[in-house]
Design a protein around this ligand. Sequence first.
Ligand SMILES: *Cc1c(COP(=O)(O)O)cnc(C)c1O
Length: 392
Amino acid sequence: MKFQPDKNGYYGQFGGAFIPELLHPNVKELEDNYIQIIESETFQKEYTDLLKHYVGRPSPLYLAKRLSEKYGATIYLKREDLNHTGAHKVNNTIGQILIAKHLGKTKIIAETGAGQHGVATATVCALMGLECVVFMGETDIKRQAPNVARMKMLGAKVIPATSGSKTLKDATNEAIRYWIQHPDTYYLIGSVVGPHPYPDMVARLQAVISEEMKKQLKEQTGNENPDMIIACVGGGSNAAGAFYHYLEEEQVALIAVEAAGLGVDSGESAATSQLGEVGVIHGSKTILMQDAYGQIVEPYSISAGLDYPGVGPLHAFLHETKRATFMNATDSEALEAAFELTKTEGIIPALESAHALAVLPKLSLKENQTIVINLSGRGDKDLETYSKHLER
Ligand SMILES: *Cc1c(COP(=O)(O)O)cnc(C)c1O
């Protein structure tokens, strides 16, 4: 089980829990209980029932015929875009809210960048009748007004982070500060990042994606293994979920796609594996974009979900061991791919997911190959950006 973390949460040299002393009891409580809770019959029943009847799982595995013809391979789309709230994020928030309830917590805090994770968290808090506080950078609050309105309508309190660049990393710092002061709260993290056990816990909750993929591929092709799985990477949760049950199947190629923004070397990018170095961010050792003084470099991408300055420790390890191939796509390549999918299949993807689609022309695929692309979310939230590029 090479790709499972050790008991201290390390994947090779990456992971661990670098947290202030005051948070130890909180993190330890979670660490001591999360696997037992996840594997319990009660949790499994509640989790699967909600995924089925509330989220709408299993999400379809769709054979994209016209896209396949264009690229000369058999291409399937794993339709996470069809989940309630429009992306894969809800798989994680449903799981963690149940874990919080098992731990007897009544108040939830979360950080959010573009607001997608904030909305997914506010949604499950409304569902469970729990109090919800979301930290969001002041700059992001201005840029992402519709998601702020959604969170408020769902009953969440949105607290602006006013330090630093007033974006995701500042919101995360605020959330951690609040958590230290209110140790009775549950911190619901939105990706495979943060101190152990979060990366492993979130990967296990997103693993439902590859669990379903195996069954669906077996049904539709007779073989549960594709030749290749492609997923975009911000923090890495949708990719972790799509890769999870294939990590030890070395014959399945795993492709992780990062956002190159205006170009990897343009200074306006979020291609962490290309630009990052080993360091500590948000409580775990991983690769992150930093300057010569170890200060975090502000990432950039057209897609708000991918402009995170690090990747989770599992992905740092997949990169280092070359188990996954890291590729990237620029803003304009992602836009191109989004319009292409819309016109060939009638599916408007999230800008994040469009990055995964954008590597298709770079892969020289063969006719007998089966490819699965994880379509992490739908594009409704990105229409304003898309509408600026309709004349193409
Ligand atoms: C948040 C988000 C991502 C990026 O997050 P990961 O943790 O890397 O999956 C990708 N796609 C969509 C649709 C998102 O909302």
